[in-house]
Design a protein around this ligand. Structure first.
Ligand SMILES: C[S@@+](CC[C@H](N)C(=O)[O-])C[C@H]1O[C@@H](n2cnc3c(N)ncnc32)[C@H](O)[C@@H]1O
Length: 693
């Protein structure tokens, strides 16, 4: 009798007639209060109506009556998930699968829940089982790619991402996943497929091409087993290498970050420059090498012989145009050779060159003209348009300003362009445990980025805070001009750039829901003073991101700085080049590890890294003291590469700190895993201003 009612109830339920179904389930339960099927289905119905707690109670009662029904456990898992009880949900999904291994929806839920919990190693086999049933399912392929990548299995990750791309060739997220995994493969041997993918990555516009610099150099070194350290390069024998597409792309799109390759390219440049009769066939390579020079701000070492010849070439070029000489092949060739050592805008005749239409230049000069001449002029115009908020009077601020006017930092050429998100959405993702204030959704949504530099961080934030207006402030107009030009090129419109000193930003006269200041305060004379200004500008309940140098993380850098001081080296291009050359030739072994930083390979980066006019470094207890001094609440550290694995490791080692905010545990964690913080050069962390403040 009840079974007939149940069948009828189920029919109504499946057809969406929930009230009729409920009445029949209740009818059964009136006669038989512990009837497991009716309890279970009534629980499912409660969940459908949003009553998850009711669902959990009912399905638990059903399980008490019949513990071996797999779907009861699966549906209980779903209701628990909706209540955020993920660990318990996992237990019930697992029970469901034990009872019925072919219950695919339970496996799918389990895989997703494990993934959300960051338990990647456990989630992987479940997605593999799901994929075996549907071998072309893009979701499973992409998730497996991401899991393998996070677990450090880059080759497998690439295989999954490539399979996903065969289904969805234009998906930007999958492409980004593939290229990031590809860039982290340590090439053991030259593989044509690997190279082809890397060239594709270097041509993909929405990725930070810098990730390919080292692996591409590795592949080239595998392919051309030349003596990279030889003092003379046989220019004829190098034709294969010089026309190599991967090398050209590396030179044009990245800042080379391989010491051996740099030494080789430096010698090659010298030979080409000093040799008479450079042939036309080499022009495309020389053009790429000139772009590399621009990318690394001409950081390669220059011999006196080259300097002298370059100076007379410069004079020759300048007199040529002064006397209204023709723009002929011989002149183009001279410009190409000049551009191996300096940007074209430094020529006295730059104004005249700028007025020559780009298309009239030969192909091999066009990118050089665009990047080292026209872009520079555009930046000069932008500089004049950037408004000044404050005067810059503090002596340290002026010294720091002068450094970044001469050498805007960081040198970046492209970014990982992620799909736009909202301020509230990004904050919810970054701070899953925090209750978000309603003002994150109420216009005007504003974000202050203090010390915005050349804009890489700001532009990424402009995407993730797509509905907010960003106010970017920096001492250096050259840096902001670069940032603004790049923002325009990337069609990003929600940033306003202002020149100003953080010390005087109270003049903004309003409070911001989110403030970010990374890599900046430690360059002030009294960082706490600058931080206090920012704390005043933060709305109660608002979020603040701070990045500070770490004492332990910069151990090698401290040694290098000491040596630079002892040698009385100045932060000039010449001293920086000479010191770097000695490092590349193996002179300073005690701090040679600092060559792992890509910053070492560009002039502004190297100056920022080891020649800075002003820097402070901190330990974790000192950071705790400063956060307390600002009366802020600490929300946790942020990591980029491998963030999930780092957090999982911390959770495993410090289970008693589930919120991951205990400073003494972090101090011990850093001692055990110093490399994690070395990669970041210190600490990046989020704080929050208490509402009562
Ligand atoms: C190392 S760069 C970091 C840039 C950027 N935050 C990033 O992470 O890419 C430091 C920047 O902070 C700026 N800066 C340093 N002191 C400042 C101050 N007192 N007020 C405003 N900007 C400052 C410098 O001009 C420079 O552009």
């Amino acid at each position: 009798m009840n079974s007939n009612i149940l069948t009828e109830a189920l029919r109504h339920h499946e057809a969406g007639r929930l009230e009729k179904a409920e009445a029949l389930y209740r009818k059964i339960l009136a006669q038989e209060p512990n009837q497991p099927d009716a309890l279970h289905l009534l629980g499912v119905l409660a969940h459908q109506r949003g009553d998850c707690e009711g669902a959990v109670t009912l399905i638990r009662q059903a399980i008490a009556g019949n513990p071996s029904a797999p779907t009861f456990h699966m549906h209980l898992g779903q209701a628990l998930m909706a209540l955020g009880q993920m660990e318990e949900a996992v237990r019930h999904y697992k029970t469901a699968l034990k009872l019925e291994p072919s219950l695919t929806p339970a496996r799918y839920q389990l895989a997703n829940t494990l993934l959300a919990l960051g338990r990647l190693k456990e989630a992987g086999p479940h997605y593999e089982a799901l994929l075996a049933l549907e071998p072309t399912n893009v979701e499973f392929l992409a998730k497996l790619g991401a899991i393998k990548s996070d677990c450090g299995h880059m080759k497998e990750a690439c295989t999954y991402f490539e399979a996903a791309l065969r289904q969805l060739p234009d998906n930007a997220l999958i492409q980004t996943g593939l290229f990031h995994a590809l860039a982290r493969i340590q090439p053991e041997a030259y593989e044509a497929h690997h190279v082809a993918l890397m060239e594709k990555g270097l041509a993909f516009p929405d990725i930070a091409h810098q990730i390919f610099a080292r692996p591409a150099a590795g592949l080239l070194k595998q392919k051309y087993r030349t003596d990279w350290k030889a003092t003379e390069v046989d220019l004829k024998c190098k034709d294969g290498l010089l026309s190599d597409g991967l090398l050209r792309a590396l030179l044009k799109k990245t800042v080379n970050a391989d010491g051996e390759l740099e030494l080789f390219l430096t010698r090659l440049r010298r030979q080409f420059f000093l040799a008479e009769g450079v042939v036309k066939a080499h022009f495309p390579f020389l053009s790429a090498l000139a772009e590399q020079g621009f990318n690394n701000e001409y950081v390669f070492w220059v011999s006196e012989e080259e300097e002298a010849k370059w100076a007379s070439l410069k004079a020759d070029i300048e007199s040529n145009l002064v006397s209204a000489g023709p723009l002929d092949e011989a002149f183009f060739r001279k410009l190409l050779l000049f551009a191996l050592y300096a940007p074209l805008h430094t020529l006295a005749i730059a104004e005249k060159l700028k007025d020559v239409s780009l298309v009239t230049w030969p192909d091999y000069l066009q990118p050089i003209v665009q990047r080292t001449l026209l872009d520079w002029f555009e930046e000069q115009e932008i500089k004049d348009e950037i408004p000044s908020l404050t005067k810059i009077e503090d002596a340290t601020s002026r010294a720091v300003q002068s450094q970044y006017e001469e050498n805007p930092y960081p040198r970046w050429l492209s970014i990982d362009r992620e799909p736009p998100s909202t301020l509230a959405g990004t904050m919810a993702q970054l701070h899953p445990q925090a209750t978000l204030p309603s003002f994150l959704k109420e216009p005007p949504l504003e974000v202050l980025i203090a010390g915005s530099g050349t804009g890489k961080h700001v532009i990424l934030r402009a995407l993730s805070y797509g509905d907010a207006k960003i106010t970017a402030v920096d001492l250096s107009k050259s840096s902001m001009a670069y940032a603004r030009r790049m923002a325009k090129a990337l069609n990003i419109k929600n940033i306003e750039f202002h020149q100003g000193d953080i010390l005087d930003l109270d003049c903004l006269g309003r409070q911001f829901p989110v403030i970010e200041c990374a890599g900046v305060l430690h360059h002030m004379k009294e960082p706490e003073k600058g931080w206090s200004v920012l704390t005043r500008l933060l709305r109660p309940g608002g979020f603040m991101l701070i990045g500070l140098y770490g004492e332990a993380a910069r151990k090698d850098i401290v040694q290098a700085r000491k040596r630079i001081q002892e040698l009385d080296l100045q932060p000039t291009a010449k001293d920086i080049r000479n010191f770097r050359r000695e490092m590349l030739l193996g002179k300073y072994e005690d701090f040679s590890d600092l060559m792992v930083f890509h910053d070492f390979f560009a002039l502004s980066g190297c100056r920022d890294l080891i020649f800075h006019v002003q820097e402070h470094r901190y330990t974790i207890p000192e950071i705790q003291k400063m956060i307390d001094g600002q009366s802020l609440d600490f929300l946790g550290f942020q990591f980029y590469e491998g963030a999930l694995s780092i957090k999982n490791l911390y959770r495993k080692e410090y289970p008693a700190d589930p919120s991951m905010t205990d400073f003494s545990s972090w101090e011990r964690f850093e001692k055990a895993h110093p490399e994690i913080f070395i990669e970041m050069l210190g600490y990046l962390f989020w704080c929050r201003k208490p509402v009562a403040n």
